[in-house]
Design a protein around this ligand. Structure first.
Ligand SMILES: [Zn+2]
Length: 138
């Protein structure tokens, strides 16, 4: 999992404050040799608001590096059954070499995040050394 700020995807032309990417990699399977989309990425877009979504509050930035499970059911449970689903398309990595291997699944509902929580995520990822910082020059 990593973050981008501002968000990389736009929804109906609107550009939001943060985008969380949860990356899943196909490492084996019956069609592994021929299946082109080896990654599935779940994108969750957030915008600054007065309160953070309860799911965001569970992702304390100080715990990054320690989290080994994320319960998405908890996130969807908090939407009171109003979840709108995902935008799906086959696309590419958003960083060079931009290989065309990603099944994108971007959650259609923009979730709220406080400025304070946003800053903690931005700070946590700004100096992250895995190559997926929150800022890119390209
Ligand atoms: Zn990303």
């Amino acid at each position: 999992m990593h973050m981008h700020s501002p968000a990389e995807h736009k929804i109906n032309g609107a550009h939001y404050d943060l985008e969380m990417h949860i990356v899943h990699e196909l490492v084996d399977g019956p069609s592994f040799e021929t299946y082109k989309e080896q990654l599935a990425v779940v994108g969750i877009i957030l915008k600054i608001s007065d309160e953070s979504h309860p799911f965001v509050a569970k992702l304390r930035s100080e715990d990054f590096g320690e989290i080994d499970k994320i319960n998405f059911a908890e996130m969807f449970d908090t939407l009171n059954g109003q979840g709108r689903g995902f935008y799906h398309y086959k696309g590419s990595l958003t960083t060079p070499p931009c290989t065309d291997i990603v099944n994108w699944n971007v959650y259609s509902e923009v979730l709220p995040i406080t400025k304070k929580d946003l800053n903690s995520f931005v700070n946590a990822w700004h100096d992250h050394n895995c190559g997926h910082g929150n800022f890119r020059n390209c």
